[in-house]
Design a protein around this ligand. Structure first.
Ligand SMILES: Cc1cc2nc3c(=O)[nH]c(=O)nc-3n(C[C@H](O)[C@H](O)[C@H](O)COP(=O)(O)O)c2cc1C
Length: 348
């Protein structure tokens, strides 16, 4: 296996800009969603859904899980697993498929994966995490990062996450994505585990103070770009999950506000029109319209015509033979509503 530690990695290892990223979300951050996100932001680092080592290595078609569009760069593959050898194999696969980063999930609290030592339970097994991180780094030359929580169950002390990171960093891992709440391993559903345990942003800020040379990314409950800017006064990057999915328009100003680059679009209709050719292409490949449009339902959140847009797509888009015309008609409905809203405003 290739000898490759943090210090011998090429400069490109650390060149990914993680000031803003979209969190890995099972069933949500699919390739379709990521292409849509790219209609809104060019600079954001995108994460895949978690893919387990079992899924990748047992089947004979890893491409099914790993393929993505060129436009999705920069993109990170998130892995679920605990066996160092299997994770190393998957890290190698990630590199060969062109991913810009590979990430290990040590934050998922689901009891469905705990018995296989996948997700947050790994925080109780730092030696396993270290073996895994080391093996993955040795197997590939793309950055290997870790996503985790601040503690498990009733562990309340800051020292828990501080010691965990300090320990794992000895492997050469230098990027840590910290979901700023505990994972409760029994008794709470994954959804409750994203809402019930209190957020402790101050713990993540302290991590950056205690480990100034590590890259610390904060995650959990962040909803606006103003909040992102606040966090960036304390840490290196911000990862946003649910808000980026449910209210994707917030992505439209990320490039200018957080990366000092030009934004992709200035209006929602334009973003959708830029997405239409991709939808057409995927429909031609046999995908169903509703699979594609489910990711864009929130684009007009709180806007005139937003409800009509969602209703039309929900009612018409799920039909087996729904064509691109359904999406175009839904967009026309919003344009009509917007025009009417403007006329009413002018009359007042
Ligand atoms: C539907 C859904 C699926 C998720 N799947 C994953 C996953 O595959 N891997 C992971 O590390 N976290 C997963 N998460 C957690 C998110 O990555 C993120 O840590 C969490 O939602 C907190 O960030 P937010 O408050 O910005 O949403 C998921 C979250 C949601 C809502």
């Amino acid at each position: 296996m290739q000898e490759n530690t943090k210090n011998t990695k090429p400069a490109s290892q650390n060149s990914l800009n993680r000031r803003f990223s979209i969190a890995p979300m099972l069933d949500w951050t699919t390739s379709d969603y990521r292409v849509f996100a790219r209609a809104l932001t060019k600079e954001t680092l995108l994460y895949t859904e978690m893919v387990t080592t079992g899924a990748l290595l047992k089947g004979d078609n890893p491409e099914r899980f790993l393929r993505f569009e060129d436009v999705e760069h920069p993109i990170a593959l998130q892995l679920g697993g605990s066996d160092a050898k299997a994770l190393a194999q998957c890290a190698k696969l990630a590199e060969s498929f062109g991913y810009d980063e590979v990430n290990l999930n040590a934050g998922c609290p689901s009891d469905k994966v705990q018995h296989s030592l996948i997700g947050a339970i790994l925080m109780a097994h730092p030696e396993k995490v270290k073996d895994a991180m080391k093996a993955m780094q040795d197997a590939c030359s793309i950055p290997v990062t870790l996503k985790h929580r601040i503690g498990l169950d009733d562990q309340q002390e800051y020292s828990i996450v501080r010691d965990f990171i300090g320990d794992v960093a000895t492997t050469g891992t230098n990027t840590f994505i910290v979901h700023a709440r505990n994972a409760i391993l029994a008794g709470l559903s994954p959804k409750q585990n994203r809402e019930v345990p209190p957020l402790k942003y101050d713990y993540v800020y302290r991590l950056k103070q205690d480990f100034p040379d590590l890259e610390i990314i904060i995650n959990g409950g962040i909803k606006t770009l103003d909040e992102c800017e606040q966090h960036l006064n304390h840490v290196d990057g911000v990862m946003v999950g649910r808000e980026a999915y449910n209210n994707p328009w917030i992505l439209s100003q990320v490039d200018s506000r957080l990366f000092d680059q030009t934004d992709q679009v200035t209006d929602r209709i334009q973003a959708l029109l830029n997405f239409v050719p991709f939808v057409e292409q995927r429909l031609n490949n046999g995908e169903r319209l509703s699979h594609l449009t489910r990711h864009i339902m929130g684009i007009f959140l709180g806007q005139p015509g937003g409800k009509q847009f969602r209703r039309y797509l929900s009612e018409q888009g799920h039909k087996k033979d729904a064509s691109i015309d359904v999406l175009k008609q839904a967009i026309d409905l919003v344009i009509e509503q917007l025009t009417r809203a403007k006329e009413i405003k002018n009359e007042q």
